[in-house]
Each structure stands twice: as structure tokens, then as C-alpha cells.
Design a protein around this ligand. Structure first.
Ligand SMILES: Nc1ncnc2c1ncn2[C@@H]1O[C@H](COP(=O)(O)OP(=O)(O)OP(=O)(O)O)[C@@H](O)[C@H]1O
Ligand SMILES: [Mg+2]
Length: 319
């Protein structure tokens, strides 16, 4: 049985212009000790999918209008705020795009980690601080005891990311959600951070959800992948199967972007065409205006989810 089973998750935002169906019927499984990569362009609903699991959505304007998120058989979406507080941090920890949203500028790094440890473990202040230093050591921060006494702004970008991972991992969560942990960093630091997350995964058996724009980033670390496009899952499966035999033209396009980008000195290539307005999505398959293999039905009706064993794709080409 998977550790986390998300079924038909729907999170909408009611805004002045209409309803943004940010996540619109998304289903996926996260296996124990495995990494699931969630990939898609900006606005595809990757972050909202993750935040919905622990109800960290601004409600209103947001609303979880349907679905289930079963963690060890318990539906997270039905939990009270009090129950959710126990889940956040202890069972599910998140690393956000911007480290300063996780780190409090007013407290030293060591105190913040110690405080989190004390929330979940019965240890005194001194013991918690020692554990915080251990965590900073584990994320390879040089001179960890001194760094524990530093304030976040005294650390470099890469060090802040490491401190944030130490904070997120300090309670040994079952699930670590890393939302684009590396965009603001240079490529070497990015690779180091991914390696670090992978080490934690192996050491503690943590399951990881890795959210990124870049297919290339997850090739080395993910076991499974889900590709999203404006609120919908378009393809999902084992990473090797999806890479070697992508079914959805959108996935094919994303993969071409990384192939074209490797070796070149230019930034990542992007796919031609525009991401649609989420309030006014194209009829049928939302990808149809950008799709080179479009058929007339693609413009009329939403595609069915077609299964190739555990590898699935929502596309009329295979229906
Ligand atoms: N608080 C909000 N109010 C209104 N709309 C929102 C809100 N939060 C997110 N959205 C909308 O939900 C959609 C999905 O957003 P989300 O942040 O999940 O995208 P993403 O895939 O994480 O993108 P990125 O790669 O840029 O981080 C977008 O259209 C976004 O504008
Ligand atoms: Mg995001």
C-alpha cells in the first residue's frame, strides 16, 4: 500500500474574474521511501497540490472542493486544524521555493531548529540545541556550532537552503515536500541540495515529493513522475517508462526542452506557445492549442485517462 494516496483532488480559487481551477481532479500515489517528481510549467498547480495536502491554502479565496488524501489510511482533508498541526512538521514537512519564507529572520538558525525539535520530542532546551547542531552537521554546514548561533541573513543562499532542509528534517517526517528547492541557486549548489535530500531519503526512509519546472532535475533522483498542465495530471508513471516512452505530447515537449538545453550555454529552452489563462481554459484538452498532434476531438472534449499498466496519460491519441 502506498504511504500517501491522493484521489481526485480539486482545489479552486474564487477570484474576482471567476474561478481558477488550480488543481482539478489530480490523483497520485507516493510510495514509502520513494521520490515522486511533480513537473510542469508555471501555474500548472504543483504548489497548490502540495499545499492542499496540509491545508496551507488561503481559504477564501481557495477552497478544497473535493478529493481524498490518504496518509496511512487517514484522510488528511477531513482533519481539524488542531489535528493538522500535528501532521505538519511531524509527518509532512515542506521546503519552500524561497528559504526566507521558512526561516524566521528574528531568531538564530540553531534556536529555530531546536524549537521545532522541542515541539515534537520530549527533550530539554540544551538537548534540543545539541540535536539542532547535529542536524546542521548532517546537512554539511561548515562550523555548524557557530552557524547555529547565526541569524538567517548571515548565511549565504546555499547555506540558507541547507539550514531550511535541516529544519524540515529535524523531526524526521514521513514525507518531505521540496517545492523547487533549487531555482535560485547555481547548478552546483542545486545538485548538492538534491543529493542531500536523497541522502536523507535513504537514511531515514523518508518519502519525497520533488516539485520542479525542469524535467532534467528529477531524472537522477525521482522514482516516479507526474506531469501537470493547468491543473490537470497529463501523464504519470515510473520515471524510466515516462522518459523512454513519453505518451503525452506535452511530456514529449518537456523532454525535448531538456535535450535541447544540455550542452548549450543558454538557459533552459522553453516550449513554444503560451500557457492558457486559468480562468478561461481552452475547451477539450487544455494543451490543444500548443499540440502538434491535435485532432478535432481534442478541441471538443476533455481527454480520458488511458492506462498502460501503471503508466497513465490523459490524451485522445490513445483512446
Ligand atoms: N491565493 C491564490 N489566489 C488565486 N489564485 C491562486 C492562488 N494561489 C494560486 N493560484 C493560482 O492557482 C494556479 C496554480 O498555481 P501554483 O502556484 O500551484 O502553480 P505552480 O505549478 O506551483 O507554478 P510555479 O511553477 O510558478 O510555482 C495558478 O493559476 C495560480 O495563479
Ligand atoms: Mg509553485
Amino acid at each position: 500500500m502506498p504511504l500517501l494516496s491522493v484521489r481526485d483532488l480539486k482545489t479552486y480559487f474564487n477570484v474576482f474574474m471567476g474561478t481558477v481551477k488550480a488543481v482539478d481532479g489530480v490523483s497520485f500515489d507516493l510510495e514509502r521511501g520513494k521520490t515522486l517528481g511533480i513537473v510542469g510549467e508555471s501555474g500548472s498547480g504543483k504548489t497548490v497540490s502540495c499545499l492542499s495536502l496540509v491545508k496551507l491554502i488561503a481559504m477564501p479565496p481557495g477552497e478544497i472542493v473535493g478529493g481524498q488524501a490518504l496518509l496511512d489510511g487517514e484522510d488528511l482533508l477531513t482533519l481539524s486544524e488542531k489535528e493538522l498541526r500535528k501532521v505538519r512538521g511531524r509527518k509532512i514537512s515542506m521546503i519552500f521555493q524561497e528559504p526566507m519564507t521558512a526561516l524566521n529572520p528574528l531568531f538564530t538558525v540553531g534556536d529555530q531548529i531546536a524549537e521545532t525539535i522541542r515541539l515534537h520530542q520530549k527533550v530539554n532546551k540544551k538537548e534540543a540545541f545539541e540535536k539542532a547542531v547535529e542536524m546542521l552537521t548532517a546537512v554539511s554546514i561548515p562550523a555548524p556550532r557557530n552557524r547555529a548561533l547565526s541569524y538567517p541573513h548571515q548565511l549565504s543562499g546555499g547555506m540558507k537552503q541547507r539550514a531550511m532542509i535541516a529544519l524540515a528534517m529535524s523531526c524526521h517526517p514521513q514525507i518531505l515536500i521540496a517545492d523547487e528547492p533549487s531555482t535560485a541557486l547555481d547548478v552546483t549548489v542545486q545538485a548538492q541540495i538534491l543529493l542531500l535530500i536523497d541522502e536523507f531519503k535513504k537514511k531515514y526512509g523518508t518519502s519525497v515529493i520533488l516539485v520542479t519546472h525542469n524535467m532534467g532535475v528529477i531524472t537522477s533522483t525521482a522514482d516516479d513522475v507526474m506531469v501537470m498542465y493547468v491543473g490537470k495530471m497529463v501523464e504519470r508513471g515510473n520515471i524510466y517508462e515516462v522518459f523512454n516512452n513519453p505518451k503525452h505530447p506535452y511530456t514529449v515537449g518537456l523532454l525535448e526542452c531538456i535535450l535541447k538545453s544540455t550542452g548549450g550555454k543558454h538557459a533552459l529552452k522553453t516550449m513554444p506557445g503560451f500557457i492558457p489563462n486559468p480562468i478561461n481554459k481552452p475547451k477539450g484538452c487544455a494543451f490543444n492549442p500548443r499540440c502538434s498532434r491535435r485532432m478535432s476531438i481534442c478541441m471538443a472534449e476533455e481527454p480520458p485517462v488511458v492506462e498502460f499498466g501503471k503508466h497513465v496519460a490523459a490524451c485522445w491519441l490513445y483512446a
